[in-house]
Design a binder for this molecule. Sequence first.
Ligand code: PRP
Ligand code: URA
Ligand code: MG
Length: 212
Amino acid sequence: METVVIDHPLVSHKLTALRDVRTDSPTFRRLADELVTLLAYEATRDVRVDEVTVQTPLAPAPGVRLAKPVPLVVPILRAGLGMLEGMTRLIPTSEVGFIGMVRDERTLTVTTYANRLPDDLTGRQCYVLDPMLATGGTLATALRLLLDRGASHATALCLLAAPEGLAALRERLGEHAARVRIVTAAVDERLNESGFIMPGLGDAGDRLYGTV
Ligand SMILES: O=P(O)(O)OC[C@H]1O[C@H](OP(=O)(O)OP(=O)(O)O)[C@H](O)[C@@H]1O
Ligand SMILES: O=c1cc[nH]c(=O)[nH]1
Ligand SMILES: [Mg+2]
């Protein structure tokens, strides 16, 4: 499992504003949207393309076009929805599947309450959107759903990750880890005793949707 931490001043600037407890929900949503666009640039570096030729007003020019089947983008509800528009703006032709998952705040175990994915993902490239990789339980379950259906490769775009979660995810994916890449804006210090990323940004879903 490859982990890519985006080292870029604009990403750090926006992430700092996102962390700030004074940032309100509308601003948080805008920053998350802008950040995913910056992460997507790196995350889609491996997206499959076909070589084509187009005619300019002057001459034929070689180029590329996204290959078929198109990438599958999968936001993990609820907080991952805040990253969907930023991603589909870059790849408007992508197909979108949905997974709904919630973590029990006490036990930190994950329940899947929605699953709208194509049955057959043979050979598909998948891009999973979830702002927080904390214990890694949510992403481990979501990635297994995709890889077990035949996805050739899955890249998860996260705003923040915890070192403990990255290690646990690699372990839980086992042999599938070779087909997984994590692209994140930062790896924070640690998880606290409640399973929150420290210093983190708090509860991403609550901050996106104003539920506290
Ligand atoms: O790595 P983990 O320990 O599994 O935690 C990460 C998950 O926790 C949050 O979701 P939450 O369960 O709060 O649901 P929400 O997106 O609906 O707020 C977050 O959006 C991730 O999906
Ligand atoms: O720090 C964390 C951990 C899980 N989910 C969040 O939203 N934040
Ligand atoms: Mg939440």
